[in-house]
Design a protein around this ligand. Structure first.
Ligand SMILES: *Cc1c(COP(=O)(O)O)cnc(C)c1O
Length: 452
């Protein structure tokens, strides 16, 4: 019998990053179609990279969220958070599903008006509202959520001058057991600042206190925090009823529910750690129902959830530009999309799937974007089948914040496509070109010529 061959042991450096419950593998099956449309056809028609949004998924997610709350509580209203994704076509899918508009700037406000949202179904949040912005909102009968005392004084002065009533709420910040606390927005509950603002509003001639608002954070993993928020807002509402005999018309619990994305460094995939929308609905509605309101005084419950309603519906399709070896032996793959259009890759480990069949071989790799900039890393460590130049991939759950926080840096912003309920793609936002830049820039005459 032949002697077994000796092989020198070798130490191999692993660059797997943190494992998840599946080990290091992330993906097993190619993603060739989105809502029945071939990825390769979408890229051929609209270019690479390209964002794709599924109308079917938006409607399904939105209907599920409505069901979760409306089956538990009699009066519920969703308001679409414009800053999460303010492409008009996307907003209008939400409006068709019955959502009001929730905006945090005057340009979002104008978009909501242009989209046809009635003024009295717009909630105007945020710390930045000029007197002119406030005047427009007062005239349209919108709900103005006051952020700070200077805004409150502006409103008192404005409404006194134009002699018109304004429908207002205050944003309340509070300790919900989540730290750091988001105490930079609104009036604090524990210090008595919120009550102080309420008494000033109640004493003013033209301000109608319609609601109480909180938005305690984003990508919240605790349902308990929402129970606390609901009970602190209810405490204010019940005290208002007691002192002024005025029933508060609505409680707005804001947004902040997580999507099923995986946070960077998380052991378990996002879908396994996040509470469901039903869990959040149960925490909020049972707290309000048990609080001690008289049945006729039960407030309308408003939700401004953004991320949880749109992340799943968004995909980014892209292509491999090149492969290379780094000095430490790791495989590096360079994609045609980077952090310029995928801002959320700074905090999520986005699921990335090849869009074509692949072999059994996989390798841990770094996935870079195309920017000539060191921070342009889409995935620091991802185990994927070997991708070749020209291969296509699908990045999942990118519907929230990427199409608003993207930047036009080194590369231009790509097209956004909506696949409708019948599987028909529509361009809902054109890509930028160099003409987009030219149309905005102005060259003084004396800088038009030079000799080299
Ligand atoms: C951003 C924002 C939302 C939406 O937050 P999500 O975390 O995306 O749900 C809702 N309300 C206000 C006031 C916001 O600023």
């Amino acid at each position: 019998m032949e002697k077994l061959r000796y092989e020198r042991p070798a130490i191999k450096k692993l660059n797997a990053g943190l494992m998840n419950k599946f080990g290091t593998r992330t993906e097993y099956a190619p993603c060739t179609h989105i809502d029945g449309v071939a990825v390769k056809d979408l890229i051929k028609e609209y270019g690479s990279p390209v964002f794709v949004i599924s109308e079917r998924t938006i409607r399904k997610t939105s209907q599920n969220a409505n069901r979760a709350f409306k089956t538990r509580y009699p009066k519920v209203q969703f308001a679409w958070s414009y800053k999460t994704n303010y492409i008009d076509a996307v907003c209008n899918v939400f409006h068709q599903e019955g959502s009001w508009a929730e905006v945090v700037s005057i340009f979002e406000y104008q978009k909501a008006i242009d989209n046809g949202v009635p003024g009295n179904k717009i909630i105007f949040n945020g710390p930045e509202k000029s007197v002119a912005d406030l005047e427009q909102a007062v005239n349209n009968g919108s709900f103005i959520h006051i952020d700070h005392f200077d805004e409150l004084y502006d409103l008192i002065e404005l409404t006194g001058r134009i002699k018109k009533k304004a429908k207002v709420a205050i944003r309340v910040n509070m300790d919900t057991g989540i730290y750091p606390m988001w105490d930079r927005f609104g009036f604090n509950y524990e210090t008595g600042q919120a009550w102080n603002a309420i008494t000033k509003i109640m004493a003013s001639e033209y301000l109608e206190l319609e609601g109480l608002h909180s938005h305690i954070g984003t990508f919240m993993l605790s349902t308990q925090a929402y129970s606390i928020a609901a009970s602190k807002l209810s405490d204010l509402a019940v005290n208002i009823k007691y002192k002024y005999n005025k029933a508060i018309h609505y409680l707005d619990l804001g947004g902040g529910f997580p999507s099923a994305n995986t946070l960077r460094g998380s052991y378990l995939p996002g879908a396994d750690v996040i509470p469901s929308i039903d869990d959040f609905a149960e925490a909020i509605t049972s707290t309000i129902l048990n609080y001690g309101y008289k049945t006729e005084d039960l407030p309308l419950l408003i939700l401004e959830t953004g991320r949880a309603l749109i992340d799943d519906a968004g995909y980014l399709l892209g292509s491999v530009l090149a492969n290379k070896r780094l000095s430490d032996g790791r495989r590096a793959t360079i994609m045609d999309f980077g952090v310029n259009i995928l801002f959320t890759s700074f905090w999520y480990e986005h699921k990335i799937t090849p869009a074509q069949e692949f072999s059994q071989h996989t390798e841990d790799m770094v996935m870079y974007g195309p920017l000539c900039m060191n921070i342009d890393v889409v995935r620091q460590s991802v185990n994927l089948p070997l991708l070749n130049k020209g291969d296509q991939v699908v990045v999942h759950k990118v519907g929230a914040y990427n199409m608003t926080q993207w930047m036009q840096f080194i590369a231009m912003r790509p097209k956004v496509i909506l696949i409708d309920m019948d599987g028909k793609p529509h361009i809902i936002r054109e890509n930028e070109t160099v003409d987009t830049l030219r149309s905005m820039e102005r060259k003084p005459d004396y800088l038009k010529k030079f000799k080299l």
